[in-house]
Every structure is written in structure tokens, then in C-alpha cells.
Design a protein around this ligand. Structure first.
Ligand code: PLP
Length: 380
């Protein structure tokens, strides 16, 4: 059966450049910590990848700490903020990924959560007021967590503005750029984030590798203790092939940024096709001042559970997600949509289409056909 993979925000297909770099690194029989020539070759592979990942976000290569993925990078950022910078409270948005929200809630520090507006954008005024209240109640610096683009709606958040007032309040900002990187231009200096996190498999690299990028030097507060790899920030022999694949994917994603216009065209074709059949289908997170990611469409089918839609589309060969991938399989409504004030019933009817570098018109047209067929069947 012909199939259409429209679940890039869960995991993007491996880019050919990443596959080539990954396989080449697997052939390098050495540990980057070894001093012999093989070790030096391995270290060189990691250094190239470090530069490629840094370039994608306009950072210095020495600021990149490789991790096992976005989840570990977010956990490590919280750890550095708490143990390294001594923050006294956490001010998170309710639309953050669970890999930010859960370690925050389990940190033992007072944690504040700010909801988003119906357009999917977090209110800067609410965030700043909450930061002020947090600092008044718990004197000392706070950590503000604001993602650059949401994984479910694609809504782009006002990170640079939030960083400005976080710093004015002698506080720090963590920007989860896992979904934004490779889809829109990301620049660490412009965002002025203290911590920025990335994940390999969201931009066409392999799974199991990601990065934390810091603006400043921090005393290591590693999650894993052992060897002194990654300047003591992350013990354990480096996942060299994963790192090499991540680096190559980052470089390819950067070169392919201009091609995201085509991806946006495909996404718009998809949205128009669905709305033509069902004008009342709600589209979520598209109307913020900074817009949304060019590849993402979060849409509800009135009266039809998201699980039913995902299964019907799957039978038609179209792969999409209900809620975030990490919570798929659970029947709870998306915490992102409920944090935008959506009633639970509506949140349960929303699915996410996400496209990317290998998506085609045929993928989109197959998705439209399957979704519209289900809608006509259910409407009867
Ligand atoms: N942050 C966001 C916004 C995500 O969408 C995800 C994955 O879905 C992560 C973090 C976690 O990344 P990883 O799967 O590499 O652990």
C-alpha cells in the first residue's frame, strides 16, 4: 500500500546525509577519548558534528553538550539552573514538553505554570507577572521555561522578549528549540536564551542524540556521573555515530531551511483541502503574531475522537499523531490544548499533521482523501 508519513514532529525520517555520516562513523573503530590516531579521528568526527550543530543555532561549538536526546538536554538544563545557578523557583509555561514540565514539578522547587491564550501563545504579561510573584515569594533568581515552537500546534512563542525580562529580573531562560530547529531560523544570540535544547531525530538525524547549548560556562552538574566526557557535563563514552548523524542532519536542515517554503505550501494545501470539506473544523495555534511552524497543522474533526481519526488514517496508509507522540497511546487529552483553554471534549478531537523534508503533494492528497472520507462517513 502507498503510504504517507506525516508525523515529522514525532520523528522525522533519517536524511540521506545523516545516514551516510552515521554509517561512516560506525566504521571508525575508536573512542574519542583515546589518545592514539584512531581516537583522534573519532574526536575529529565529534568535533565536526559539534560545529554543525552549533552553526544551526548560531552558537559557538564549545557551548554544545551532546546528550541522549531532547529529554536529557532539558533535564540537564534544569539541573544546571538549580545546582549551578542556584535558582530558587521555576516559572514554566503549561504548553512545555513533558521533558521540561515533569522534571520541574519533581525538582522540589516552587514551580509556577503559566497557561497560553486561545491562539496558543503564552502571554508575556502573565509570564512576567508570575516571574515577579515567584521572586517575591522566593527571593533569588528563577528559571523561566519557554519553548520556541510548540510540538503539537507549531505555535511560535515570544522567546527573545521573555529572555529580556527574565534577565531584567536577574533570572535565566531555558528555550526548548527541539521542534523549531531546522524548520525556522534559530539564533541563540537573538533569542538570548541561557539554555537551548535540541534533538537529533526531530530534524532528520538519528534518535537517541540531542544537545544542550549554554550561553555561559557553568560548573558541571551532570545527571550521569562517571568519566569526564563533554567537559564533565555528561559522562559516558560518546554516541559517536549518533553524534555524526545529528551533525550531518543539522547541516542538511540548515541548507534546507529555504525549502521549508515548499513544506509550508504543502501544509497549506492540506489545511485548505480539509477545510473545504469541513469548514467548521477548528485549526489550533495558527493565529499567533509570530505564526506557526511551516510544517505543522493541528486540527479537530467535530464529534470524532482523535484516536478514531488516527486509526482510520492509519488504515488508509497515513501516519499522524493524536496529541504529542510521547503521550500517544494514552487517552488523556493533550495538556497543550487544555493549557490553551480548550475544553477537554474539543481537545480530544484534535490531531496533528506534521510534514517535512521528504513530504510530497501525493502524501498530502492521500491524507486529504482519507480524512474527508472519514468525515463524510461520520457526518452521516
Ligand atoms: N521537546 C519537545 C518540544 C519535543 O517535541 C520533544 C519530543 O517530542 C522533546 C523535547 C524530547 O526530545 P527527545 O525525543 O529527543 O527526547
Amino acid at each position: 500500500m502507498n503510504s504517507s508519513y506525516l508525523d515529522y514532529n514525532a520523528t522525522a525520517p533519517l536524511r540521506p546525509e545523516a545516514r551516510a555520516a552515521l554509517l561512516a562513523a560506525l566504521e571508525a573503530p575508536a573512542n574519542p577519548s583515546s589518545v592514539h590516531r584512531f581516537g583522534r579521528t573519532a574526536r575529529g568526527i565529534a568535533d565536526i558534528a559539534r560545529g554543525q550543530v552549533a552553526d544551526l543555532v548560531g552558537a559557538e561549538a564549545r557551548r554544545v553538550v551532546f546528550t541522549s536526546g531532547g529529554t536529557e538536554a532539558n533535564n540537564l538544563a534544569l539541573r544546571l539552573a538549580i545546582e549551578g545557578a542556584g535558582v530558587k523557583s521555576l516559572v514554566m509555561t503549561g504548553i512545555e514538553h513533558d521533558s521540561v514540565l515533569r522534571p520541574a514539578r519533581h525538582s522540589g522547587l516552587p514551580t509556577y505554570e503559566v497557561v497560553a491564550g486561545p491562539d496558543g501563545v503564552v502571554s508575556l504579561a502573565a509570564l512576567e507577572a508570575t516571574l515577579g510573584a515567584a521572586r517575591a515569594a522566593h527571593p533569588g533568581p528563577a528559571l523561566v521555561g519557554l519553548m520556541l515552537a510548540n510540538n503539537e500546534t507549531g505555535t511560535i512563542q515570544p522567546v527573545a522578549e521573555a529572555a529580556r525580562f527574565a534577565h531584567a529580573h536577574q533570572s535565566l531562560l531555558l528555550c526548548d528549540a527541539v521542534q523549531a530547529a531546522g524548520k525556522i531560523a534559530v539564533n541563540l544570540s537573538q533569542l538570548d536564551a541561557d539554555f537551548l535544547t535540541l534533538s537529533g531525530h526531530k530534524l532528520g538525524g538519528p534518535t537517541g542524540v540531542g544537545a544542550l547549548i549554554t550561553r555561559d560556562d557553568w560548573t558541571p552538574a551532570p545527571l550521569l556521573r562517571g568519566g569526564g566526557q563533554e567537559k564533565g557535563m555528561r559522562a559516558g563514552t560518546e554516541n559517536l555515530s549518533g553524534i555524526a548523524g545529528f551533525g550531518a542532519a543539522a547541516a542538511a536542515a540548515q541548507h534546507g531551511l529555504y525549502g521549508m517554503k515548499n513544506v509550508a505550501g504543502l501544509r497549506d494545501r492540506l489545511q485548505a483541502g480539509l477545510l473545504e470539506a469541513c469548514a467548521e473544523a477548528p485549526v489550533y495555534g495558527a493565529d499567533g503574531p509570530a505564526g506557526r511552524l511551516p510544517n505543522t497543522l493541528c486540527i479537530g474533526m467535530p464529534g470524532v475522537a482523535a484516536e478514531t481519526q488516527v486509526m482510520a488514517l492509519d488504515l488508509a496508509g497515513v501516519a499522524v499523531s493524536a496529541g504529542s507522540a510521547c503521550s500517544s497511546g494514552k487517552v488523556t487529552p493533550s495538556h497543550v490544548l487544555t493549557a490553551m483553554g480548550l475544553p477537554e471534549a474539543a481537545a480530544r478531537e484534535a490531531i496533528r499533521f506534521s510534514l517535512g523534508w521528504a513530504s510530497t503533494t501525493a502524501d498530502v492528497d492521500r491524507a486529504i482523501e482519507a480524512w474527508v472520507k472519514l468525515w463524510h462517513r461520520k457526518r452521516k
